[in-house]
Design a binder for this molecule. Structure first.
Ligand SMILES: *[C@@H]1O[C@H](CO)[C@@H](O)[C@H](O)[C@H]1NC(C)=O
Ligand SMILES: *[C@@H]1O[C@H](CO)[C@@H](O)[C@H](O)[C@H]1NC(C)=O
Ligand SMILES: *[C@@H]1O[C@H](CO)[C@@H](O)[C@H](O)[C@H]1NC(C)=O
Ligand SMILES: [Zn+2]
Length: 446
């Protein structure tokens, strides 16, 4: 798709205007008719048994968890009208505490839309900036930003088009290096987001990292000592769909993996990797939110991520898959109940991240928890990116569940007033984590 200008001087002149148009285009919101009659509930499990009961109930009733159940905090779950009675009956039977989040999911989504539209007006009144962090941006705006950064920092930044999505959108990432990826001894850090379309807080965190490695370098050593691969939107079709058609869309948009996929398109990209593919926590039903596809790497978007791993895994020291929400840092294994041989270091580095995030966070944000996926959320899932990466030998492999729903907002989106806060605190956490891994490597050598 040739929408993106390639001539840099021309691009600079039209940049501000172009980005304003893109931002306006970003807010043609979908109607939320699909969610008429749906309700959302907070559930508060207090034991592993509670969590297990919730996971089993989730599979039976096709519940959609917006944040994973965890015994130390409430999870948010969407329940379609036909299962609300059974859902409540089962929660009472298991004595799991619950309370309503939205009596009317459609109205809550409409409210979110209005809130974001209001924020958009604020941005436009402010004259427009190259990459605002006070609202959520659509795919074109994010790709235009990536292109712009690569043009302005040609010595360090390369934009790669790694193929095209199922619907033909480019799959793009940036390589950032002060030595053009030529120093073989340098370790690589790979961070992606947007594999789950609706988790809108994740892509701005990754574009913020790009910002901190190009236009606002406050940690020059971290930039010099590592090569970086940053992919803000793994699943552009789903991301676009979540803007234009269905706000809470999670999966890809493929229709070629099952006859039923025409009615229920899409695959959960984070169940589609070729490691423990098809294990528990995945579904063979195309209509499920955790449908794994008809085979590992059925999705062209996930094959593009695979190719990045296959090209660079020898040099990768850290991989982070950004998701929301729950304020958690999870590490392998996630597909079975074993801890990784590397879990001590995984824990130390993620604890350093959490400490730095806490120091930079707000009092109304929940504290992060870290841990092995299974022991933290008592839930296993096959075919996930972090396990795939760890199995290739990438030592520091993490899934972040970024903060969400803070500040008493009634809707589903993290209030746009907190986007920049999440970006800055997460970056400080990553810097602290990397610094810790360097210290651990020195200790291993001595
Ligand atoms: C959006 O702005 C209008 C006009 O200022 C205001 O009445 C409305 O309450 C705002 N909506 C939200 C959800 O904040
Ligand atoms: C879990 O998976 C890891 C990685 O494949 C493996 O080393 C470990 O033995 C497995 N544990 C169990 C209990 O199957
Ligand atoms: C905590 O934040 C302050 C600045 O707000 C900074 O000076 C200090 O180094 C931070 N401490 C840690 C442990 O990150
Ligand atoms: Zn996710």
């Amino acid at each position: 798709m040739g929408f993106y200008p390639t001539c840099s001087s021309h691009f600079k002149r039209v940049k501000i205007k172009l980005i304003l148009i893109l931002i306006m285009a970003a807010y043609i919101f979908a109607r939320n008719e699909h969610y008429i009659g749906w309700k959302s509930y907070f559930v508060r499990p207090i034991s592993k048994d509670h969590v297990r009961a919730l996971v089993i109930l989730g599979e039976k009733l096709d519940l959609d968890f917006l944040s994973p159940p965890h015994p130390e905090r409430e999870a948010l779950v969407l329940v379609p009208p036909k299962h609300q009675l059974e859902f409540i009956t089962r929660l009472k039977y298991f004595t799991i505490k619950y309370w309503t989040h939205a009596e009317n999911v459609k109205a809550a989504l409409d409210h979110d839309d209005e809130l974001l539209r209001n924020w958009t007006n604020v941005i436009l009144r402010g004259g427009g900036t190259v990459m605002p962090y006070n609202s959520y941006l659509n795919l074109d705006a994010i790709y235009a930003y990536m292109h712009d950064v690569s043009m302005r920092h040609q010595k360090t930044v390369t934009m790669v088009t790694a193929g095209h999505s199922f619907e033909g959108r480019p799959l793009r990432y940036l390589k950032i290096s002060t030595t053009n990826f030529q120093r073989r001894l340098k370790k690589i850090i790979f961070i992606d987001s947007g594999i789950h379309a609706r988790e809108w807080i994740a892509p701005p965190v990754v574009t913020w990292i790009i910002h901190k490695l190009t236009d606002d370098v406050t940690e020059p050593k971290i930039l010099d000592d590592f090569d970086w691969i940053l992919m803000p939107i793994v699943n552009p079709d789903g991301y676009e769909f979540s803007f234009s058609k269905k706000r809470l869309w999670r999966k890809t948009r493929s229709t070629d993996t099952n006859p039923k996929s025409y009615r229920c398109p899409g695959v959960d990209g984070n169940r589609n990797f070729d490691f423990a593919w098809g294990a528990t926590g995945t579904s063979s039903n195309p209509c499920s939110e955790i449908y794994r596809g008809n085979k590992a790497f059925s999705e062209v978007e996930i094959r593009a991520v695979r190719d990045i791993f296959q090209t660079y895994f020898n040099r990768m020291s850290m991989y982070i898959s950004m998701h929301s929400f729950g304020s958690m840092i999870l590490y392998p294994w996630g597909h079975n109940s074993s801890v990784s041989k590397y879990s001590f270091n995984l824990h130390l580095a993620s604890s350093a991240m959490i400490k730095a995030i806490k120091n930079a966070s707000l009092p109304n944000f929940p504290a992060y928890v870290n841990g092995n996926s299974v022991q933290t959320i008592f839930y296993t899932a096959g075919g996930a990116a972090d396990d795939y990466a760890h199995n290739l030998g990438i030592p520091y492999s993490y899934t972040f569940e970024l903060p969400g729903l803070s500040g008493g907002m009634e809707g589903f989106e993290l209030d746009p007033m907190y986007i920049e806060q999440v970006c800055t605190e997460t970056w400080l956490g990553i810097v602290a984590g990397i610094t810790k891994t360097i210290k651990l490597a020195e200790k291993d050598r001595s």
